[in-house]
Design a binder for this molecule. Structure first.
Ligand code: F6P
Length: 320
């Protein structure tokens, strides 16, 4: 009988719980035995691996976070710990793994696969949406919803004062979350790591707008830009002459009930992952491109740097 384990690695996303639920259900429908690995690669090393049942996944479809925990494991980078992980899987006869995570997690599991022959399927799961080769990563839609709700609320208070609001969003070195949320919330400024910006250009424009009656400014800045959010806020006070406040959205961006889109995408990613493993695919990343799911090799997704969609950049050109 096929035995398949699932684990979450790196930053959690809303969408992992629906994925875990469908994993158990779809394994059982296909006469495969599902297993949970708790706390990512740490659980593989510490033998925190248990058989999963239908009842374990009842009532989790609407919950953010992950029922089986996640971790950023430093130990899994060392071969002596990967050897322990191998033994823990082998003693249960598990030779297939599904990893929900980002490209760092996938590089780790690829190494493990080469050393042990244990097959894996990677499901791109990161709010940063920074994995090359897939147009969508699980959790992005929910994170954007959380960010836009926050930006809408900030706009309410911003419109009551003559102020600037600098809102820092996550994304590590990728400006996707900042770009999309700035566009769809009507922000006046968006600063992202991928594009150099010219504060002098904004100064001329904002001074003119202020003279024409604009009361407030909303600037969405990505955590990955070189300047700090406080520096941008100080710039508003000094150069534009408006009082300014900084809001760092932080980890609330990783929480919240998964949206309908993330629940459905979780189901589809997992179906494709299990189908691939049962068909004998040994080392694939499940990617979503032009409305279709496909299997890609780790090299296809890690050998190039992620590039922001040029159409999005064009749409946002006047706020960048
Ligand atoms: O990769 C997801 C992410 O939320 C990034 O956007 C952020 O930079 C990082 O994780 C935060 O990591 P941690 O939760 O370890 O502080």
């Amino acid at each position: 009988m096929n035995k398949i384990a699932i684990l979450c690695s790196g930053g959690d996303v809303s969408g992992m719980n629906p994925a875990i639920k469908h994993f158990v259900e779809y394994c059982l429908q296909n006469r495969a035995k599902p297993y949970f690995v708790f706390d990512g690669y740490e659980g593989l090393i510490d033998d925190n691996i248990v058989k999963a049942h239908y009842s374990d996944v009842a009532g989790i479809i609407n919950r953010g976070g992950t029922k089986i925990g996640s971790a950023r494991s430093k130990r899994f980078m060392k071969s002596k710990y990967r050897a322990i992980a191998k033994k823990n899987l082998e003693k249960r006869g598990i030779d297939k793994l599904i990893v929900l995570g980002g490209d760092g997690s996938f590089r780790g599991i690829e190494k493990f696969h080469k050393e042990t022959g244990i097959s894996f399927a990677g499901v791109p799961s990161t709010i940063d949406n920074d994995i090359t080769g897939t147009d969508y990563c699980l959790g992005v839609d929910t994170a954007l919803g959380v960010i836009n709700d926050a930006l809408d609320s900030i706009r309410d208070t911003a419109s009551s004062f003559k102020r600037a609001f600098v809102i820092e969003v996550m994304g590590r070195d990728c400006g996707f979350l900042a770009l999309v949320s700035a566009l769809t919330s009507g922000a006046e400024m968006c600063l992202i790591p991928e594009k150099s910006y010219d504060l002098d250009k904004f100064e001329i424009e904002f001074k003119k707008q202020k003279k024409d009656g604009r009361r407030y400014f909303i600037a969405v800045v990505s955590e990955g830009i070189k300047q700090s959010s406080q520096e941008i806020s100080d710039w508003f006070e000094k150069k534009i002459g408006v009082e300014s406040r900084v809001t760092t959205l932080g980890h609330i961006q990783r929480g919240g009930n998964p949206t309908t889109r993330d629940r459905l995408m979780a189901y589809k990613f997992i179906t494709k992952a299990i189908d691939g493993l049962l068909a004998g695919k040994e080392d694939s990343i499940i990617c979503y491109n032009q409305n279709e799911f496909n299997y890609k090799s780790i090299d296809e997704i890690t050998n190039k740097t992620y590039k922001l969609d040029s159409e999005l950049l064009r749409l946002a050109h006047n706020i960048l």
